[in-house]
Design a protein around this ligand. Structure first.
Ligand SMILES: Cc1cc2nc3c(=O)[nH]c(=O)nc-3n(C[C@H](O)[C@H](O)[C@H](O)COP(=O)(O)OP(=O)(O)OC[C@H]3O[C@@H](n4cnc5c(N)ncnc54)[C@H](O)[C@@H]3O)c2cc1C
Ligand SMILES: NC(=O)c1ccc[n+]([C@@H]2O[C@H](COP(=O)([O-])OP(=O)(O)OC[C@H]3O[C@@H](n4cnc5c(N)ncnc54)[C@H](O)[C@@H]3O)[C@@H](O)[C@H]2O)c1
Length: 473
């Protein structure tokens, strides 16, 4: 097929969260944009990631709440899960959100959408089967896919990844999940609550990137739900069945399941891009970028998962916003300084921003302050009969916020205060002066901030001052 030659201000590879955000911004600012997408518009988040997983979790949590309602004095008998109906709803949610990411919408904004695989031809040309685009700037937003670890036998059994899991129409009898990161934990708990037996096999520690005390709260709940957790189990081979053979602290274990989900991290989608032709440096973590998200080829930028700076939709969106500011308004940007919150949507949720306590100790030694407030001290949590979890604030000796972790019901929604405080470099005193509505779980944030001042407020010096003022008043 003869290729159509196109000149454009911007060529974007990938119509996921990152690429779409750039395309929308650039097109609305009047740039000519060509957007390549070889799969579904919307990428991972809409089709195989955030959206379907959260829709599935909503059903799982509803089933769990119904089973647990008796503790609140509400009897619910005969809780059943209609798995095909759950999955049909998952796809309905995707379909409801899809128009915002659709080819039609982007074409309506003036973007030329090419539904083909893109590759570099040279340093400033991107081509696909039908077009050859010479662009002033190129944005690589090609994302990541589930990593397939080199485990003997894995290639001999059918296995699920996030791209095939949501196509299931029957509930697995026993789902074995390889990997205890956010994907393994969120989906493992959801499938258990929907009625499957679930075993999570983790080579190291589950939720290892998070505060270990907070992770323990989530893992306790998973075990209470009946999920089998095998931490410190290195998978040595997979046999048909599937049977996972792993080496653990007590020797070899064999786990026979009905389905296998591989969730052991992500691989950047570098293959097919022909990055060598463009002089774009990369390694196994992704494309190498500087703080301005520029690659080793000054015309080419990399954003989102493929930039190897973290794998979150909100980070992809933030990268897109930075790129638009830099490329179109010539504003200075610094992707190294982004304050990026993270939430694992387990029940309870584990939400964090900045450093964990362990990371802060590694960087600052023991000259840090750690303040903890349990949800058991929060009246709303008491009223709801759900006092699991706590808030933890990690501060420098001078009271600068280094990180915050919340674990508990809807923790993700309540983390925003700390993300905002760290982004805008608020002082703790700014937070103690804010009135939090009573009774809300969010009061935990004010309580955490207040704890920093408690020793000073009730110190002997202040008590003496108050007694003097009392006499003068
Ligand atoms: C199960 C799961 C749950 C998740 N849940 C959350 C969550 O709750 N919150 C959160 O913030 N993040 C979540 N994530 C992560 C989130 O999905 C990603 O961080 C986000 O999708 C990254 O967006 P992106 O645009 O960088 O890449 P992608 O969404 O992967 O988009 C890249 C696109 O590029 C296309 N492409 C690749 N190569 C080419 C090529 N050569 N030519 C043309 N097109 C190409 C791909 O087809 C794809 O559509 C989850 C991920 C998974 C897997
Ligand atoms: N709520 C969210 O925002 C959300 C949800 C899901 C995914 N994500 C994003 O997607 C990324 C990928 O998630 P993930 O859970 O796949 O990856 P991950 O890298 O966070 O966790 C993978 C886990 O698998 C383990 N592992 C690696 N090889 C193994 C093996 N052979 N056998 C057993 N265990 C093994 C690792 O030790 C690790 O604990 C996350 O880091 C996150 O950025 C975000």
């Amino acid at each position: 097929m003869k290729q159509e030659r196109i000149r454009a201000d911007l060529a974007i590879i990938g119509a996921g969260s990152a690429g779409l955000s750039v395309a929308a911004g650039a097109a609305q600012l009047g740039l000519s944009v060509v957007l390549f997408e070889r799969g579904e518009m919307g990428g991972d988040c809409l089709n195989y990631g955030c959206v379907p997983s959260k829709a599935l979790i909503a059903a799982a949590d509803a089933a769990h709440a119904a089973r647990e309602a008796r503790a609140l004095g509400v009897g619910v008998s005969d809780v059943t899960v209609d798995f095909p109906a759950v999955m049909a709803r998952v796809h309905k949610v995707i379909a409801e959100i899809a128009p915002i990411d659709s080819q039609e919408r982007f074409e309506g904004l003036g973007v030329r959408v090419v539904r083909e695989t893109a590759r570099f031809k040279d340093r400033r040309t991107v081509e696909s089967e039908s077009v050859k685009v010479t662009a002033r700037k190129v944005v690589i937003a090609a994302g990541s896919r589930a990593a397939a670890p080199p485990i003997p036998g894995l290639d001999t059994v059918p296995y699920l990844t996030n791209e095939s899991l949501f196509e299931l129409t029957a509930l697995p009898e026993h789902l074995i999940v390889l990997g205890g990161g956010p994907i393994g934990v969120e989906l493992g708990q959801a499938f258990r609550r929907l009625g499957a037996r679930v075993t999570i096999v983790e080579a190291m520690t589950l939720l290892s990137k998070e505060d270990s005390d907070a992770a323990a709260v989530v893992l306790d709940q998973l075990e209470a739900d009946g999920v089998t957790l095998l931490a410190g189990h290195k998978v040595v081979r997979i046999e048909p069945g599937p049977v996972v053979v792993a080496e653990g602290p007590q020797g070899e274990v064999r786990i026979a399941g009905s389905h296998l989900l591989v969730a052991v991290g992500r691989t950047p989608s570098l293959k097919d891009l022909n990055l060598e032709a463009a002089g774009v440096a990369h390694d196994k973590g992704g494309i190498t970028t500087n703080a301005a998200l520029r690659t080793s080829n000054p015309r080419v930028f990399a954003i989102g998962d493929i930039a190897g700076r973290g794998q979150f939709t909100h980070l992809a969106g933030a990268h897109a916003g930075l790129f638009v500011r830099r490329a179109l308004f010539a504003s200075p940007i610094n992707a190294d300084r982004l304050v990026v919150p993270r939430v694992t949507y387990s029940d309870p949720e584990l939400a964090a921003v900045g450093l964990t306590e362990a990371q802060a100790r590694a960087q600052h030694g023991d000259a840090i302050k750690v303040l903890v407030s349990p949800f058991a001290d929060n009246d709303r949590a008491q009223a709801e009969g759900d006092t699991r979890g706590f808030g933890k604030l990690v501060l420098s000796a001078k009271g600068q916020i280094l990180g915050a972790t919340l674990v508990g019901a809807r923790a993700g929604d309540h983390l925003a205060v700390w993300t905002q405080a760290m982004t805008t470099r608020l002082k703790l005193s700014n937070l103690t002066g804010v009135i939090a509505p009573y009774p809300t779980r969010g009061e935990i944030n004010k309580r955490l901030a207040g704890q920093f001042y408690t020793p000073t407020l009730f110190s002997p010096g202040v008590r003496r001052l108050v007694s003097v003022l009392k006499r003068l008043a």
